[in-house]
Design a protein around this ligand. Sequence first.
Ligand code: WT7
Length: 657
Amino acid sequence: MSVNWALPFEERIIPSKYQSKVISPSTYKDLHKIATENYREFWASIASQLEWTRPWDKILDETNPPFYKWFVGGEINASYLAVDRHAKSWRKNKVAIIWEGEPTEGDKPKDIRYLTYGDLYREVNRAAYILKEVYGLKKGDAISLYLPMIPELPIFMLAAARLGIVFSVVFSGFSAQALADRINDAKAKLLITADGGWRRGKVVPLKEIADKALESAPSVKNVLVVRRTGNNVNMKEGRDEFFDSVYKQVPLNVYVEPERTKSEDPLFILYTSGTTGKPKGIVHDIGGYMTILHATMNWVFDIKDTDIMWTSADIGWITGHSYIVFGPLLEGATTIMYEGALDYPTPDRWTSIIERYGVTILYTSPTAIRSFMKFGEDTYKGKDFSTIRLMHSVGEPINPEAFKWFFKLVGKESIPFGSTWWMTETGGIMISHLPGLYLIPLKPGTNGMPLPGIDADVVDENGNPTKPEERGYLVIKKPWPGMPLTIWGDPERYIKVYWSKFPGIFYPGDFAVKDSDGYFWILGRADEVIKVAGHRLGTYELESALIHHPAVAEAAVVGIPDPLKGEVPVAFVVLKVGQKPSEELKKNLNDWVREQVGPIASLSGIYFVTKLPKTRSGKIMRRVVKAVLTNQPIGDVTTLEDEASVEEVKKAYEELK
Ligand code: WT7
C-alpha cells in the first residue's frame, strides 16, 4: 500500500452550486440497492437509451463465467454512435474536438484545430476508407496506433471502430521494446505512427522508435506515417507511406458504411501492467463499454450540450479512451485534447487552456495538481476559472493538501470535486460522488460510493465483508457493462489474475476501506504494481529490464512514496561477479531501463547490494524491501532465507538517502 490519506479528512461538503441534487448517503444506499439487485434490467434500461442497429436477444450471457457477454444478439457500432448520429443532427456544425498542439511561441499556440461533428464525420470516413480499401483490413483484424496527441489518433480509433477493426493504442512515451511487445501480442497488421510529436519543446522521434520496434514485429505489413513535426524519417519502400499522400487519393466525401458489429465484439485492446509477466492486453467490448460510458458521462460528469469537457490525460491510457474520445463524443459534447505538457513552456499552460476554450468540466489527476502546487498560488493569481462547474480527479488517491488547494483555487469551494475510482479493466468509472445523478455530500479524500448497479464491496482475506473502517480488498461482486471480455490471447490469465483470489468475483488489486456512512476509500495497490504519476507500472517489467543488462545478476524493484509523483520506483541490484558498482554503471542502468520500457520507467534510485531478501524457495521478498524503505514493520519473515540481506538493503538505502 502506497499511501493512506484516509484519516485527515473528516469534512463533508455540499457544494453550493449543486445543492438541489443532494441526497443523504442512506437514501442513496437504498436506491443503489434496488438498482444493484436488479442489475440486469437496470443496465438494460440504460443501454436502451443508445441507438442499436439490432436489439439484443439476451441482456447478459452468464453461461461461461467469468467470460460474461452483455447484450448478446444486439448490434451496435461505436463509430456510428460517436460520429454519424451527431453529424446527421443539428450538431453537424457543433465542435466535437478542440485540439491544441504544443505551444512554441510563449502562450500563443501555433496549432489549434477545431473539428466539428461534420468534419469528424468526413475525416473518420476517409480514414476508414484508407483502412479498408488501401490496406484491405477487415473486421477482426488488429492495428496498432503509436501516435502523439494529434487529431489523427481519435480519427483512426473511430475509423477502426467503424469497421470492427480492433485497435491497440500504444502510449507515445513507450520505448521500441515495449511497442514491439504490444504489436506482437496483438498481431497487428498495420502500424499508424507519426514522424514525431512535441513534448517540452523537443521532438519525440516516434518513427525512429517505431522502426526499431518493427525489426522484431513481423506481423506489421504496412506503416502509415502522419507528418506532425516535419523531421526527417526513413521510409521503407513498399512498407511505409505518408498519411498525407495516401489521403490525397481518397475520394472526397467518401462514405464507408459502418460494419454491423455485435455488442460483444472486441472494440480495442489496451495493455496494462500487472504483477508478473508481460503487460496484459485488456479487451473491451462495444455494447457494454458504450453503456458504462453513457451512464458515467451523465451521472459522474453531468454532461450537457453546452459543456466543454477537458480530460487532461493522454489518449494512450484508458482515461483518454473513455473520457477524451468515446464518452464525450458518444454524448455529442465538445472534448479538448492537447499535445505537450500541462506546465510547458510556462506553468500556466493548463490555465490558458481553461481560459481560452472556457472549460466547464475538468477531469485531472492528483499528480498534475501537485505539479501545479509547486509553482505556488501566486502563479495562478487572476486566472479565470469561473467557467468550470464540475471537476474530478483520477489515477491515485488524492492527498488532503492537493485536494484543498485545487478545490479552493479552481473550484472556489462551491462546485463538486470528486476522486473517481476505476481502472483500465473496468472500462468506465465505478465509484464516485455522482453529482450528475444525485449528489451525496462530498467527503474529500474518499471516492464516494459505487455507481447504481455496481456491486462493489470491501472484503477480508477470506472474502467476508470487513467491518466499517477496517482495511480490506476492494471487489466487484456482479458483472457490469464495460467489464473486460478477456485478456487478449490469454483467457487463462484473465481468470487467474482477476477471478481467482476470490472465486467468482472480480478482484481489482486495491486495498480499500468502507466507512460507517458507506463511503469508499481506495488506499492503493495491494500487489506489486506501482503508480508513478498515476501511471501503472509493474515492478516485474522493470526488474526484467534490469536483469537483461549484462552487468546485472538480480534485481528487486519497489515503489516508495514521492511528494510529487505519488510513488517512484527504486531498484536494488546484485551485480554479476567481476562487475564493480559505480556511478557510471548506475546511469547506464537507468538509461537502459528507460530504453527498454520508456521514459516513464525512470528509476529514482539504484542501490547495489550483494544479496536480496528472499524466501527459502528463492522468491524475492519485495514486501520486506518496501517495509524497510518506508519504515514499516517488516512483518512475518519466518520464510526469509538470510536476515543479513535485510540489513544490507537498509544500509544501502540509508547511506545514499
Ligand atoms: C489503478 C488503476 C482509470 C483511470 C486511471 C488509472 C488507482 C485509480 C483512483 C482513485 C485511488 C485510484 C487504483 C487502480 N486509482 N483511480 N480515484 N483513487 N486510486 O487506470 O492505470 O488502470 O490504474 O489506479 O490503484 O487499481 P489504471
